[in-house]
Design a protein. Sequence first.
Length: 117
Amino acid sequence: MITGSCHCEAVHYEYNHTPRWTTSCNCSICRRLGALWIYAKVPLIKVTGPTISYAWGEKSLAFHSCNICGCTPHWENLKPTEPDARMAVNLRLADPEVITTVRVRHFDGADTWAFLD
């Protein structure tokens, strides 16, 4: 299990899966957040604490930030009843020792919608 928390520790996540990699995306929001996303099916992730959400564009995802310190711990699928619906947590909010054990893949979310490796 991987755990993480925002800076003020009001929001916590538990990721009950083993990630094959973490994704560094260059889309307009991910590059600003500086997040490293690890994905899993919705039931494998538990998030607790006070967040505010932000959805834009097609409004298929909502990015959640701590309403106290502003860190972004996760995004959720706004259609969670779809088969294989996933969500993601920000691996950068985990302990540094955990982050270094997961391979980083770079994703071109700004243009080609493909991995760059």
